[in-house]
Design a protein. Structure first.
Length: 135
């Protein structure tokens, strides 16, 4: 029997308590996580109907970036938009960065509520009516 096996056998109660605590903490983190929002919406004659809200968000921002310059995006998206892809801190997931048509880069790594604020803010700038449906 290896030294590790011996330690594990002699300390089974402590090991089980430790594992149970880890599982409990993991479940608490899951409970604290905000519910996901599924939102379909229509704006400027286009429907965004994916059940993955991030896909709707990304597609809307791409379309809006055909209309609005980078300078119009910046006050609405704040730290979620940069002029350079490398301008994001390490806390932003690289896979969530999208290049816009207006030359900017956005990070889609934000909560659903934040995404909705961005969409509403850009619609306001464009004087566009948005019709939302939540699921």
């Amino acid at each position: 029997m290896s030294p590790i096996e011996k330690i594990l056998r002699e300390n089974q109660d402590e090991l089980f308590k430790f594992v149970a605590k880890l599982v409990e903490e993991k479940n608490e983190v899951k409970k604290k996580k905000a519910d996901k929002i599924v939102c379909h919406f229509n704006v400027l004659g286009k429907s965004y109907t994916s059940n993955k809200f991030v896909d709707n968000y990304r597609e809307f921002l791409l379309e809006a970036s055909k209309i609005l310059d980078y300078d119009k995006f910046e006050p609405v998206l704040l730290s979620y938009i940069k002029k350079d892809e490398n301008g994001f801190t390490e806390s932003y997931e690289r896979t969530s960065i999208v290049k816009l048509y207006n030359g900017g880069f956005i990070s889609t790594h934000s909560g659903s509520v934040e995404k909705l604020k961005h969409i509403d803010g850009l619609c306001k700038i464009m004087n566009a009516t948005i019709i939302k449906t939540y699921f």
